[in-house]
Design a protein around this ligand. Structure first.
Ligand SMILES: [Zn+2]
Length: 225
C-alpha cells in the first residue's frame, strides 16, 4: 500500500505527484521532496485558492476552499477525500499545478470550470495546455443518490444517460468521476486520465459510504519540483 501514480503526470518533467491509499506512511513531504504540503479547509464549494509567494503554509490549512493552484516550486498542494473526487492538474511544461476536491456539491457547482478559468486568468494557460487526472473516488457501482441529487445533475448537465442510472428502487446510481471527466473533456483539456479505482469497492481506501461518519481521508498531492 502507498501511493498510486498517474501515467500522464509521471511522464512530465518537473512534476511530483501521488494519490495515497489509506496507509501511505509518514512524511509525505519527504516522499516527494517538498518543504511542505499546503491544504485547504475544504467546504464543498467551488472557491479556487492561489498559493502565492507570500502565503505561509506552516502546519495549518491556509484558507477555506476546494481547489488550489500554484506556480511555486518545492511546495506540494493537496486535497483530502474519502469518496469525493480528487483531481490533479498540470500543464505540459510543468509550470503550474492544481489540486481539486470535487464532491457532488462541488461538481454541481462546476468547480473544474472555475479551476480552468483561474489557471487562464493567473497564468495564461488554456485547457488545451493542460493534463488532468481523476483519482480514487466512489464509482458509479457504489454511489446511490436520491431523486433530488439526480434531478440537479439531469437538469443542469444534460446527457444524463452517460452518468445516471435509475435502479429498481427508484434511486439513481451517479457516476461522479465520469461527470468530472466529461467536464474536463468538454472544456478542451488536452489529456484526461481516470484512474478508475472505486474507494468503496476497494478496502485499501477510506470510504465515507463504507465506513460512515468519522472516516479518515486519503491525500492526493501534486507539486512542481
Ligand atoms: Zn464501487
Amino acid at each position: 500500500m502507498g501511493w498510486i501514480k498517474s501515467t500522464i503526470l509521471s511522464s512530465l518533467p518537473g512534476v511530483a505527484h501521488g494519490f495515497a491509499d489509506r496507509d501511505p506512511g509518514l512524511n509525505p513531504e519527504g516522499v516527494f521532496g517538498f518543504t511542505g504540503i499546503a491544504r485547504l479547509n475544504q467546504v464543498h464549494g467551488n472557491q479556487v485558492f492561489v498559493l502565492g509567494e507570500r502565503i505561509g503554509i506552516g502546519g495549518g490549512r491556509v484558507a477555506d476552499g476546494d481547489a488550489i493552484v500554484t506556480s511555486r516550486r518545492g511546495i506540494g498542494i493537496g486535497v483530502s477525500t474519502a469518496d469525493c473526487v480528487p483531481v490533479l492538474l498540470t500543464d505540459h511544461g510543468g509550470s503550474v499545478a492544481g489540486a481539486v476536491h470535487a464532491g457532488w456539491r462541488g461538481t454541481a457547482l462546476r468547480i473544474l470550470d472555475s479551476v480552468l478559468e483561474k489557471i487562464d486568468e493567473e497564468y495564461g494557460l488554456k485547457p488545451g495546455d493542460l493534463n488532468a487526472v481523476i483519482g480514487p473516488s466512489v464509482g458509479m457501482c457504489c454511489y446511490e443518490v436520491g431523486a433530488d441529487v439526480a434531478t440537479l445533475f439531469r437538469d443542469g448537465f444534460g446527457d444524463s444517460d452517460e452518468y445516471l442510472l435509475e435502479t429498481d428502487s427508484c434511486k439513481y446510481m451517479l457516476d461522479l468521476p465520469g461527470i468530472n471527466r466529461s467536464a474536463l473533456v468538454k472544456a478542451g483539456v488536452a489529456n484526461v486520465e481516470v484512474l478508475g479505482v472505486c474507494t468503496k469497492c476497494n478496502p485499501n481506501f477510506f470510504s465515507y459510504r463504507r465506513e460512515g461518519k468519522g472516516v479518515g481521508s486519503q491525500l492526493s498531492v501534486i507539486g512542481l519540483v
